[in-house]
Ligand binder design. Structure first.
Ligand code: HEM
Length: 362
């Protein structure tokens, strides 16, 4: 599994596997009656997909079959029962939305998409934003821009019956325009905590009229997280880990307290290097902050890592090589949504990261 994506990671070229923006959207149904979810075509066969440890950098984790904790919530879409609609939900801002039809869903943000597919509703999705990278079927769905910079026009033209996304969906003016056009828009709360995955699953299930399957998935997800945390509790080492959010030259940030990486690093029994350097949220990379954080490991998104040309590109960013992590080329790269989506695979990535950071547990 560890070697699965090394080729994608090791190339110097930016890897953008998302479908092109403005791919033709499926045409709207002639009636609005398509409220029954299509069976998901997702048939994932891999376990903990997207996990990559940079070769020669970190001791590999043990081989062999992953435990159930590593696979649960990953490979089996929960069959969605007939949706219970209409439903009126209040989103995180207290805004009410009434959903009468889930036949034409647009999903914004990768974490929410992952849940929609896991609930067996992928066949009802007509488009997603470019942050949606998992499962592969979701990656292939038509794209309508990046979650943080959406334009209302294309979304309205697609005639969605509901738009659902996480708090990164925006900007707010676009969401207002969509609501003004009479489209139900549901923004679920996406706190950066380990309670978020189960909470999001329940909220998404409620909004799409499938609370039963959502409860099953939420319970399974929580038990995976609990199992991974129990493993991390046995660790005796305490490495410092710094998450670098890089997208080519466009975005080069260190993440600190309050950001999702901090929750994941702490849950894996590491010390957040960004928070240790006094950073809260995301701040531009500076040599001073890197040195103050003294990370033993860098943690990165796989697509972000590829976008800077892999290890050599990352280490060429000023200051990145001047830390224990840089000097020892200790870089851990995981598929973007797997690592920080705080979705149904959170327990799986937590287990992977815990084993990568703590040799004593392998
Ligand atoms: C403050 C935090 C963040 C900023 C400023 C940021 C910014 C960006 C930018 C500018 C892009 C390129 C967009 C484009 O090419 O149209 C991008 C892409 C992306 N971001 Fe973010 N991002 C942030 C956090 C996150 C988080 C937390 C996740 C996942 C959990 C994420 C997942 C992605 C993915 C999957 C892509 C698409 C990559 C590709 O197709 O190559 N981002 N981000």
């Amino acid at each position: 599994m560890l070697v699965l994506l090394l080729a994608a990671c090791g190339t110097g070229a930016a890897t953008n596997t998302a479908a092109p923006v403005n791919t033709a959207l499926p045409s709207a149904p002639t009636s609005a009656a398509s409220a029954t979810p299509a069976a998901s075509s997702a048939a994932p066969t891999t376990v903990v997909p997207g996990t990559t440890v940079v070769p020669g950098v970190v001791a590999t984790r043990p081989t062999g079959s992953p435990t159930r904790a590593a696979t649960a919530g990953v490979s089996t879409p929960v069959a969605a029962s007939r949706p219970q609609l209409p439903v009126t939900v209040k989103d995180k801002d207290g805004r009410a939305a009434t959903i009468t039809d889930i036949g034409r869903i647009i999903v914004i943000t990768g974490d929410v998409a992952e849940v929609v597919w896991a609930l067996g509703l992928g066949g009802n999705v007509i488009a997603t934003d470019t942050s949606v990278t998992y499962p592969p079927e979701a990656q292939r769905a038509p794209k309508i821009g990046y979650m943080r910079t959406l334009a209302a026009e294309g979304l309205i033209a697609a005639r969605p019956s509901v738009i659902i996304g996480g708090e990164s969906a925006g900007p707010p003016e676009t969401l207002e325009q969509l609501r003004g056009a009479g489209i139900p828009v549901v923004i679920v709360a996406t706190p950066s905590t380990l309670a978020a995955p189960a909470q999001k699953i329940r909220e998404i299930g409620a909004a799409l009229g499938v609370p039963g399957p959502a409860e099953t998935l939420a319970t399974q997800t929580q038990s995976d997280i609990d199992a991974a945390r129990a493993l991390a509790a046995r660790a005796t080492s305490k490495p410092r880990v710094m998450f670098l959010n890089v997208r080519g030259n466009q975005v080069q940030q260190i993440s600190g307290s309050g950001a999702p990486a901090q929750a994941i690093i702490e849950a894996a029994d590491g010390i957040g290097g960004g928070a240790a350097a006094g950073i809260s949220g995301y701040k531009s990379i500076t040599p001073e902050a890197l040195v103050a954080g003294q990370p033993d490991y860098y943690l990165v998104f796989q697509l972000g890592f590829s976008s800077v040309g892999g290890a050599d590109g990352l280490l060429a960013i000023p200051g990145v090589s001047q830390t224990p992590a840089g000097q020892n080329r200790r870089i851990l790269a995981y598929e973007d949504q797997l690592l920080l989506g705080l979705g149904p695979r959170t327990g799986a990535v937590l287990r992977e990261l815990t084993l990568a950071l703590h040799p004593e547990l392998r």
